[in-house]
Ligand binder design. Sequence first.
Ligand SMILES: Nc1ncnc2c1ncn2[C@@H]1O[C@H](COP(=O)(O)OP(=O)(O)OP(=O)(O)O)[C@@H](O)[C@H]1O
Length: 448
Amino acid sequence: MNPSLKVAIVEDNEWFNKFLCHIVSLIQEYEVRSYFSGNDFLKDLDNFKPDIVSLDYRLPDMTGKELMKKVKSLDPSMDILIVSEQEDVQTAIELMKSGASEYLVKTREMKVNLLNSLRHISENRQLKSEIRGLRSEVVKRHDFSRSIIGNSSALQRSLKLVEKALSSNISVVINGETGTGKEVLAKAIHYGSSRKEGRFVAVNVAAIPSELIESELFGFEKGAFTHATNKRIGKFEEADGGTLFLDEIGEMPLGVQAKLLRVLQEKEVARLGSNVEIKIDCRIIAATHRDLFEEVKKGNFREDLYYRLFGLNVILPPLRERDQDVILLAEYFSKTFAEENGLETKRLSASSREKLLDYSWPGNIRELKSVIDLACILTDSDTIEPEHLSLRSSIDTKDLLGTNKTLREYSIEIVKHFLEKHDNDISKVSRLLDVGRTTIYRMLKESE
Ligand SMILES: Nc1ncnc2c1ncn2[C@@H]1O[C@H](COP(=O)(O)OP(=O)(O)OP(=O)(O)O)[C@@H](O)[C@H]1O
């Protein structure tokens, strides 16, 4: 069924005006109002507020084209249908370019053509409104308060910095171990910024064979290389008006780094096999698990690119340093797993919580999610017990003991690890490890 739409007919020929109104009124959901001149229509615009307006190409007081321009400047969302005496392809093209939705010629098939055009416009409006709805859903889903779970001060410190990135166009580099949520954060920045109507395009540099990175980023013309049988636009062009997320930028070959620097400086990109430079306006968010400055010193990363990219540096802490966030996230994943699979949410027993807090999470949030998903399946009751949590604990101990340290050094390591995990809360760590606060201070001093 057609949604209810208001249609205005602007036509100076009385008979034809009546005829058009009659056609529109055949569709029950359309409300129609008629006008005989451009000024008549403009005077009533605020009052009637039409969705679609059918304009005669030649009106007594102005041309349909002039009226269309005025209407579009007042309400760009209004659909304009131009009705002309005779077919003139050039005029039709010009009118469509200036914003007309349809161009109709007064012929015997007027009734069928007008009804078809109205149906097209109506379907298009419905699609546009659905897209608007979906887009705002996506924006909501990536909103910080929903997508970034965690209250730890380590995370909150990083998020505070991120807020600065929302209101500006500054480039952002996110540092963090694998699975700490770098992509989740990049999306939250994009959908929280003024670029949210544009696209968020993610490229994982480490996942693309080095010889293909250039064509992936910059696109290529047909015949640019042996397998280029068709032209393809690159990720930079895809992200025009939006955000390009370059994940694992530290893995980018030096040759591509040079080209990337040029694109960032010139704000122009040329597809491989073409000399035509295309203007690009996209924000760059890069992520890496490496210390890029160290990579610069080692000669693996270009210093000039480093300074070009480094606007705001956000460090995402590993999960083992996020204190109670582990539990918040585990509960969140258990809830979403239940929702997605039509099951009841499983709760975590006290000893499961302890087990989760004691683990060092080398795979970070990604690992936690898969551990919880599996636990939700393994348990037969409404509770997740420690035996349902499949952790790789033995690997950690081996790693730690393989480092050739004295017992004193191991103790200091353990104290430091606990301090990191519990937001440097010395009283809490002193209680947990059963050592005096003074001992902790002494150990820290010793390790300086
Ligand atoms: N704060 C968070 N709240 C909820 N879910 C999160 C959060 N951070 C990450 N996740 C989830 O953890 C998983 C890993 O996140 P993401 O892919 O963003 O990590 P990453 O740091 O980009 O990883 P990699 O370096 O391996 O690319 C995803 O399933 C993501 O939805």
